[in-house]
Design a protein around this ligand. Structure first.
Ligand SMILES: Nc1nc2c(c(=O)[nH]1)N[C@H]1C(S)=C(S)[C@@H](COP(=O)(O)OP(=O)(O)OC[C@H]3O[C@@H](n4cnc5c(N)ncnc54)[C@H](O)[C@@H]3O)O[C@H]1N2
Ligand code: MOO
Length: 389
């Protein structure tokens, strides 16, 4: 086994591997572009608004009042120009007629004998007020968030130039695993098959359902890896990262000709995680079998890799103020479960999920701090994809 690389270097290495391998940008439907970054500036293909637009329900008027009522303008219609002394009823969002000099809000209008009167004002949005046709709205590199998709649609687009969603599959190893029923008699429920696809989807991937549990033989591992790689850009395996009697992952990777991008990380928990690349440029992330360690591998390696593949920067770390002392792990980074107030959680063993399920994320206690980090200190917080407390 090679020397483990530092946790910080593992994040950066996985991100850079993804960024170097990101697919060429393409014009993608919004659903596929969501979660990527704009590969070119977003430009308005019309004025915004494209025409003067009423901001209120009211009466559009021209010339001096009171005004003779002459019909309705609803949203979606192109109105005729108003003559002086005329009024038309206008809906919010409707095109303001030419010649209009003011709009009286419905609640301020007095209507009598076919005439309307009341205080009028320029209660409309001018054409081009938000953007001019051809104007750059957002620079290349902007993350494609839901508001960006809304703006793109409003500005006249049907697609966005972006890096497509990586297709991912999860392959679960372990003869001890049950996919239904309760644990007992040496068998336990598979916690990772149901969980990891949601982590991947939250990190921006197109995540198919999990495959497995795969039989604990080298042949079955190789076949499952090959099948999953045939339909995915990234395969996440769970379990089998160590060198136990039925841990076949490393041998299976050698068999398919994959090479390590990184193999083991100086972090506790999660040490035996790995990332490998196949000859045709696809990735295999090996998540350790202990469930919390698997999540740490997803946070450390998989989320940065996916960000890179989508043209996004390395996922930023947040910070948290520790409410209590947290020990270090010698020359390894310690990822310690904390709640939003910086308190450590009970049930934080690497085989457990109970603490993690209530956590804000992992406080990052750097290596080489013999006493760890003291209460009151502010440290990095690594968050889990899909968790936002
Ligand atoms: N001699 C050593 N043994 C172990 C070491 C070590 O340094 N020396 N490291 C431990 C650490 S740290 C971890 S993490 C695990 C990693 O093991 P594997 O990735 O090979 O995983 P397995 O052996 O297959 O399983 C470990 C553990 O996790 C349970 N498991 C596996 N898959 C699932 C799943 N889908 N859902 C729920 N639980 C799962 C499995 O039953 C085992 O209990 O190795 C340590 N050993
Ligand atoms: O990583 Mo094992 O990653 O400590 O449970």
């Amino acid at each position: 086994m090679t020397d483990p690389i530092s946790w910080t270097e593992a994040r950066e290495t996985a991100w850079a591997a993804g960024y170097d391998a990101k697919p060429a940008p393409a014009e993608l439907p919004f659903d596929d572009a969501a979660g990527s970054a704009l590969a070119a500036p977003l430009v308005a293909v019309s004025d915004l608004p494209a025409f003067p637009t009423s901001a209120v329900d009211g009466w559009a008027v021209a010339g001096p009042g009171p005004w003779r009522i002459g019909g309705d303008v609803l949203a979606g219609q192109v109105p005729e120009a108003l003559a002086a002394g005329a009024a038309v009823k206008i809906a919010t969002g409707a095109q303001v007629p030419g010649g209009c000099e003011g709009i009286i809000r419905l609640e301020h209008a007095a209507v009598e004998d076919g005439f309307v009167d009341g205080p009028s004002a320029r209660e409309w949005r001018e054409a081009g007020e938000e953007a001019r046709h051809g104007e750059e709205l957002l620079p290349a590199g902007t993350p494609v968030t839901p508001p960006v998709i809304g703006l793109a649609a409003a500005a006249g687009h049907l697609t966005l130039p972006a890096h497509g969603k990586p297709r991912t599959r999860v392959v679960v190893f372990g003869d001890e695993l049950l996919t239904s029923g309760v644990s007992g008699k040496g068998r336990i429920r598979d916690a990772l098959g149901p969980m990891v696809p949601h982590l991947l989807a939250a990190a921006g991937a197109d995540a198919g359902p999990s495959i497995g549990p795969v039989e604990d033989t080298l042949e079955a591992h190789v076949a499952a890896l090959r099948d999953a790689l045939a339909e995915a850009d990234l395969v996440c395996t769970t379990g089998g990262t160590m060198v136990g009697p039925v841990d076949h992952l490393h041998a299976a990777l050698a068999e398919i000709g994959a090479e390590y991008v990184l193999n083991t990380v100086a972090v506790r928990p999660g040490f035996p995680m790995l990332l490998a690349r196949t000859g045709d440029g696809k990735f295999v992330a090996g998540l350790p079998g202990n469930p919390q360690s698997a999540v740490i591998a997803a946070v450390t390696v998989v989320a940065p890799l996916l960000a890179g593949l989508r043209g996004l920067p390395l996922p930023p770390l947040r910070t948290v103020e520790l409410a209590e002392d947290v020990p270090g792990r010698g020359s390894f980074t310690h990822l310690a479960l904390v709640d939003p107030a910086g308190r450590r959680l009970a049930h934080h063993g690497s085989a457990m999920l109970r603490g993690l399920a209530g956590a804000a994320g992992f406080a990052v206690i750097p290596p080489g701090a013999p006493d760890g980090a003291a209460a009151g200190s502010v440290v990095d917080l690594a968050t889990v994809p899909g968790v936002s407390q």
